[in-house]
Design a binder for this molecule. Structure first.
Ligand SMILES: Nc1ncnc2c1ncn2[C@@H]1O[C@H](COP(=O)(O)OP(=O)(O)OP(=O)(O)O)[C@@H](O)[C@H]1O
Ligand SMILES: [Mg+2]
Length: 257
């Protein structure tokens, strides 16, 4: 913790507990705060509750107890209109760029979709062209369909769409896991640039600790729905305080292949 000088969090998850309708609790008293522009990694074994925590943070699932706060204001669960500002400010990025893009929509329409659905005014064509340039794709990509693009290019398109409403925070669930190693590095560099140039923060779920180390100064470790360790990434990775983290370090491939 950085003490009294720390800026007010942009996102704070406070004592979050959560259970799916049908089942036992999958998150227990999880508290995690992100400062504006900060990137935090979220790691943990399969089934630890990482995706569930992101879904609660996105307002897609209401916590059983606890509060999600954005800029200090609690998220009202299930009230779409009042979530509109939140939907602009906090955007998801998913693992699979093949299933996250509608194959029947042109790339330009896909990227413009959040501008339409959130009622954001302005010249959409120009905005789409600028977003394509931001993620390193040519302007003529707008008129083509997802099938014309590789996995890495599709993930760039998905990132352009996430950037469209001008978010301050990305909630990313394994955003580079489906990509080949060289493409993965390019997308990591893109995220680094977005953080450095625009101050866009990220809550990043990844199995790959090299990805977390490249993008996040801080990391949180989830085990069985509980946050068991949190701290500067370099410290946690080199001297894990919790036996679970140490196990995770040995079970995850860490060196570039
Ligand atoms: N839609 C659902 N309905 C009921 N239970 C679910 C649902 N989705 C996940 N779960 C359960 O919730 C727990 C946490 O799952 P979650 O998907 O959040 O884990 P995860 O850390 O994201 O795992 P992975 O690394 O495999 O993606 C697991 O026990 C899982 O079986
Ligand atoms: Mg998951």
């Amino acid at each position: 913790m950085t003490g009294t000088a720390a800026p007010a969090p942009i996102l704070s998850l406070e004592n979050i507990a959560f259970a799916y309708r049908s089942g036992r609790p999958v998150l227990h008293d999880v508290s995690l705060a992100l400062a504006p522009g900060e990137s935090v990694g979220l790691v943990g074994e399969s089934g630890a509750g990482k995706t569930s925590l992101l879904r609660v943070a996105l307002g897609l699932q209401a916590p059983t107890s606890g509060t999600v706060r954005f800029d200090g204001t609690p998220l009202p669960p299930g009230r779409r209109a009042s979530l509109r500002d939140y939907r602009r400010a906090v955007q998801p990025v998913y693992q699979d760029p093949f299933s996250s893009l509608d194959p029947r929509m042109t790339v330009g329409d896909s990227i413009a979709e959040p501008l339409r659905s959130l009622g954001i005014p302005g010249d959409r064509r120009a905005r789409v062209a600028a977003l394509l340039a931001d993620v390193g794709l040519p302007a003529d990509a707008a008129g083509r369909y997802p099938e014309a693009f590789s996995g890495g290019q599709r993930q760039r398109i998905a990132i352009a769409r996430a950037l469209a409403p001008g978010p301050r925070l990305l909630l990313a669930d394994e955003p580079v896991s489906a990509l080949d190693t060289s493409v993965r590095l390019q997308v990591i560099e893109l995220f680094q640039r977005l953080a450095a140039e625009r101050g866009i923060g990220m809550l990043l779920v990844s199995h790959d600790l090299t990805v977390v180390a490249a993008l996040c100064a801080r990391v949180a470790v989830l085990e069985g729905g509980r946050l068991v360790e949190e701290g500067p990434t370099a410290d946690v990775l080199s001297r894990p305080a919790h036996p679970y983290t140490a196990r995770l370090l040995t079970s995850v491939p860490r060196l570039p292949r």
